[in-house]
Structure formats: structure tokens, C-alpha cells
Design a protein around this ligand. Sequence first.
Ligand SMILES: *Cc1c(COP(=O)(O)O)cnc(C)c1O
Length: 361
Amino acid sequence: MKYGRVYNFSAGPAMMPEEVLEEIASEMMNYRGSGMCVMEMSHRSKVFQQIIDEAQADLRKLMNIPDNYKVLFIQGGGTLQFSMVPMNLMKNGVACYVETGAWSKKAIAEAKKVGEVKIVASSADKNFSYVPDCSDLDIPDNADYVYICENETINGTTYHKLPNTKGHVLVSDQSSMFLSRPCNVSDYGLIWGGVQKNVGPAGMSIVIIREDLLRDDLGDLPVYMNYKTHADKDSLYNTPNCWAIYCCGKVFKYLLKQGGLEAMNQRNEEKAKILYDFLDASKFFTGSVRPEDRSLMNVPFVSPSKEQDAEVVAATKAAGFDNLKGHKSVGGLRASIYNAMPKEGVQALVDFLKKYEAENA
Ligand SMILES: *Cc1c(COP(=O)(O)O)cnc(C)c1O
């Protein structure tokens, strides 16, 4: 790796494409003749307006976002969306949540502060190692929406088929899979993602919301918490996270250049297959997730014991593979292999683990 960089398997903040970082570095001291860095730039300037406009246009192109959806850049990271979603969408005060792991549990806890939450399916019985059947959920007629965490970053599961919401609005937390594969936006009422997993720097979420879900009757809500505030002002109600918007815009252009989301999906499938094929063949390591629900982005696995897990983590770190320790709530190891992780990184990790197994098992 150039610059002495390591293969960073962190779940987030995570790797960004090297050529994007290089381009950002080249514009650091003087962005395109403006005489300043984007970090120093007024969000009301013409030059920043162009940055945010292009970022939105490129994201729309990448995801093929229909015109009746708004794209919002909102600060506060992913966690703020756990509150903003129910505060804005719980019109009748009832929402359905699918409980698939750590992040959907956090979303549920916040929604309960706003209204009634019905857990319509859960995989808690098997430590969130699978995605429950969502083909025939018991959804009350007055439910405002059905909420899923489409890729559980900590548990390593993903939906390969969306729930049947029986005509109700689908809300999805796509934080750790955002832009990893094609997405049919019109299947959803609202999609959101914290950008530090698969796109750019931390501290911002992108919200894609169908226009009819924006409301005029939320005057009691703190102004920043209302999606309409951001929609009406094109994400420039107050000073946005200019730096994150700029970096994300670079990544959108990079993804378009790579061939868009179809191409990313193909690459991500190839990358994940290298790792899963190894885990399936290994007698020492075991994947933690039911094969049909495996994430292409976050791959949790275990060795025969906690002690050996810790030894493997230490050995990988010494060999230049960083951040492979599993989340404290699950243990074991976890390799996050987002868009920006090169295939060579996954192959190098598998080669290392193979050798480790041969020498230590
Ligand atoms: C990381 C993550 C979040 C929370 O993001 P923060 O920016 O740390 O608040 C929410 N949902 C999922 C699926 C995540 O991976």
C-alpha cells in the first residue's frame, strides 16, 4: 500500500478510495483557484453552492432517485435519525420495527420515546444471526411505517429481499450498505445512511425522503429536527457539514467513474466471496451469520475460543491488517469490507488467515 497505509477493516469510520483522498489532498490549500480550502469556505458562496449541487446531482444519478424524493444532508450522524424518523413520520403514533440487531434496537429505543412501537419480527432468539421472515408481517392498519436496519453492521446480516409492508411506508437505515449495490428508491418512503461507513467522513447522514412524507403540522418540533426545514432550504438552513458534503461528492464522482452501483455490487460480491469461501472451508474459523442472510459489507467470524480470537486479532494487527476485533457485544472478529476496501486487501487477509490456521490450528 502507498504512503504506508494499512488495510483498514474498521466498521466505521472506514477506508475511503485512495484516489479520492489524493484529489482532496491536491485541493487542500487552494480549492480550484478560490484561494481557500473547502473547510474555510462560506456555505453561502457560489463555489460551495456548486459543490453541494453537484454532490446532490451525482447522488441522484448514481441511485437513480426519482424527482418526487428529496435528498437531505443532515448533521448529527446516524444516531440523530433514530429520533428524527419517528418525530417526523409517526402521524398516528404507531410504527412497526423489525429487530435484527444492535442498530435496530437503538432505533426501537428512540422510537418508543415518541410513540407506540410494534416489533413485528425479531431474530433475537438466535443472537441476531439471521434476518427473520418478513413476507407476512402482522402490521396494524394505522401503522405509520415499517422500519428496518437493512444491513446490521455489528451482527453482519443483510436483507436480500425487502419486507412485504402491505402498502405501508418502508423506512430503511442503509448506513453500512449505502451505495454498495443498486437500490430501487421507489420501494421506500425514506432511506437514510450515516456516511462514515461506506462514503465519507463522520458526522453527517444522507436522508432520501418521498416528498409527501414532509409535514407542515410539526411546528412544535425543534426546527433542526424537522425534515421539512432541510428540504425547504436544500440542506442549507444553517451551516451544513461542508467538508463532509465535499468529500462525499468526490466519492459519488468516483463511483460513477467506476461504473456505478451495478459495478460496485459485482466487486463487492467478488470480495465477500473470497472471505466467505475461506470461512466455509476453514476448520478453525466460523462465520457467525446464516449463509443466506450474510452481509457483503460486514463479515463477523469466530475462532474456537475467546482467547484464540484475541490472539488472531493481535496477529493480524502486527501483519498490517487493522481493526479486525469484533464489536464488544458480539466478540470474535469482524472484517468490514466496504466499497473502498480493495480486493487485494481481502485476498491478503484470507492468505494471512489461511497461513495462521495452518500454523496454529
Ligand atoms: C454506525 C451506524 C449508525 C450510527 O451512526 P453514528 O453516526 O455513529 O451515530 C446507525 N446505524 C447503522 C446501521 C450504523 O452502522
